[in-house]
Design a protein around this ligand. Structure first.
Ligand SMILES: Nc1ncnc2c1ncn2[C@@H]1O[C@H](COP(=O)(O)OP(=O)(O)OP(=O)(O)O)[C@@H](O)[C@H]1O
Ligand SMILES: [Mg+2]
Length: 487
């Protein structure tokens, strides 16, 4: 390449720390310097880290180092999702290229490739994505197609990547002149490439551990100490998300998601006839906004059907209670469950009582009915997700699908524990109010509605304003019903 002497390129090749200092004018943190220095000689680098210390930046620096200083290099990069890859690693690649006239001059971008202007066919970095639902063979082809002397594989967020995605990279490493695999992630799962690099294959990997522990002298200063302290105080040192996000340590059980987005989307397409759910109780779940920027949500559900929720912003107790009371009256709700965590819902509950309703306050941290769960919120979410898996129909609310499919759970001792609401909010960028409100409709089992069948076989509930049969009076009998049939 023109513009930089061969001597300089050779120096940068052997000394990636010098490369990032000279080309990007950046001072790497101590642990970043250690990873950069290890790169030229280490075929396998793993960064096992807390949230936010600067690991994706290191991957981008190494990718630029490899692109700038090897001949005809090929790089394949992947992450847990395609959005994640483009929002993080790809964004970092752009950020650091902007800092260097030399890199801007020699490399251009296509949609999913960064190529050398002079040799676009043979000198590139490519973005690879894979599908969680596809089989191992398909996942195994994610990183395929790198036949060259100089190859580099990058796996960002590798804590949640399945082993199959890594298989081709391992095989390619044995048939090149210089090959590297670099992976970085939060230790979220007790399986997959990051877990293997830190356990069964530890001797093959150069592993760097990065913590944000406020009591550790070597902690990453890029992560705010106040935030780390607050997380520890709020959730405890043994909380699985504190272990992963603050300490960069593996939790006692993987941080699994409750349900996939595809299952949620299938639930959005389900349709039931009114008579399918006529006997099921009508329940309102009410999630009350805790801070100025959250919405309050009123979610109606009857048996297998959750109807469109009503959202309120900046509603005070009486306005909120008024909206709930109107919905309850119009729809003839059988039960109203209101989030009463931390007292935020107290004024709504008081006002609803004044208006003649009988709301039931539910504390998210309260004891569950079933001791397998750590708290009430976990139990309600598990019930809601089970209901979807059993055929529940949900309305078309993208925020609901995002919250249900991105909330994780783990274990505390032998009890199931749901990720705290604030942490889901930090990830989604908004509070999971819709999911909380839907979950509240599962707070307690509500008795089913009585259904009457006339001698002609027609059924209707007592409170239906206009019975479907309008002929002479007939004798009715109460049919059998199972109150939990639809829950
Ligand atoms: N040594 C550094 N000097 C200046 N900026 C840096 C340095 N290291 C990282 N950054 C910047 O800090 C921000 C956070 O870094 P990065 O995204 O790499 O963190 P991460 O560990 O990958 O976070 P996450 O856990 O969210 O994936 C980015 O904007 C990155 O460019
Ligand atoms: Mg990152």
């Amino acid at each position: 390449m023109k513009g930089v002497g061969l001597g300089e390129l050779a120096a940068w090749r052997d000394d990636p720390v010098r490369f990032v200092r000279e080309l990007f004018g950046v001072v790497p943190d101590a642990w970043q310097e250690e990873v950069l220095a290890a790169f030229p000689k280490a075929p396998r680098l793993a960064m096992k880290a807390c949230k936010g210390p600067g690991k994706t930046a290191v991957e981008a620096w190494l990718a630029w180092n490899f692109l700038a200083t090897r001949n005809d290099p090929k790089i394949a990069a992947t992450s847990i999702t395609s959005d994640n890859l483009f929002d993080n690693l790809w964004a970092e690649m752009a950020k650091w290229q902007q800092r260097s006239a030399y890199l801007r001059e020699h490399f251009r971008w296509t949609r999913d490739r960064i190529v050398c202007r002079e040799r676009p066919e043979t000198w590139w970095m490519s973005a690879r994505t894979w599908n969680r639902a596809s089989d191992r063979t398909q996942q195994g082809s994610t990183l395929a197609g790198l036949h060259a002397d100089n190859i580099l594989f990058i796996l960002d967020e590798s804590g949640g990547i399945p082993d199959a995605v890594m298989a081709t990279a391992e095989a390619a490493l044995s048939s090149c002149v210089e090959g590297h695999i670099v992976q970085a992630g939060n230790p979220t799962h007790l399986e997959g490439p990051l877990y293997r690099a830190c356990t069964s294959e530890r001797r093959l990997w150069h592993v760097t551990e990065i913590t944000a522990d406020p009591d550790d002298k070597r902690r990453s200063t890029r992560v705010k100490a106040d935030w780390a302290k607050e997380q520890i105080e709020k959730y405890g040192r043994d909380n699985p998300w504190v272990l992963v996000n603050v300490f960069g340590r593996f939790p006692p059980g993987s941080l699994n998601t409750l349900i996939g987005p595809d299952e949620c989307r299938a639930a959005m397409l389900r349709v039931y006839r009114p008579e399918d759910i006529a006997r099921a109780p009508r329940v309102l779940g009410v999630d009350v906004a805790r801070f100025g920027d959250d919405a309050s949500v009123i979610f109606p559900r009857q048996g297998l059907v959750a109807l469109a929720p009503l959202k309120l912003r900046n509603a005070d107790g009486m306005q909120g209670a008024g909206a709930v009371a109107r919905r309850a009256a119009d729809w003839k709700a059988d039960a109203i469950f209101v989030d009463d965590t931390g007292g935020w819902g107290a004024s709504w509950i008081d006002c609803l009582r004044t208006l003649g309703h009988a709301p039931i306050g539910i504390g998210f941290a309260a004891r569950p009915n079933d001791p397998r769960y750590e708290n009430k919120r976990t139990e309600m979410y598990f019930d809601a997700v089970q209901w979807i898996k059993n055929g529940g129909a949900i309305p078309d609310v993208p925020e609901l699908v995002a919250a249900l499919s991105q909330t994780t759970y783990s274990f505390r001792g032998d009890r199931l524990l749901l990720e705290p609401k604030e942490q889901v909010k930090a990830r989604l960028g908004y509070s999971p109010d819709d999911a909380d409100a839907l979950a509240l409709t599962f707070a307690q089992p509500v008795a089913g509605r009585q259904v009457y069948t006339d001698s002609a076989g027609m059924t209707y509930t007592l409170d239906e304003r206009e019975p479907r049969y309008t002929g002479p009076a007939r004798r009715f009998c109460i049919t059998e019903y199972d109150p939990l049939e639809f829950d």
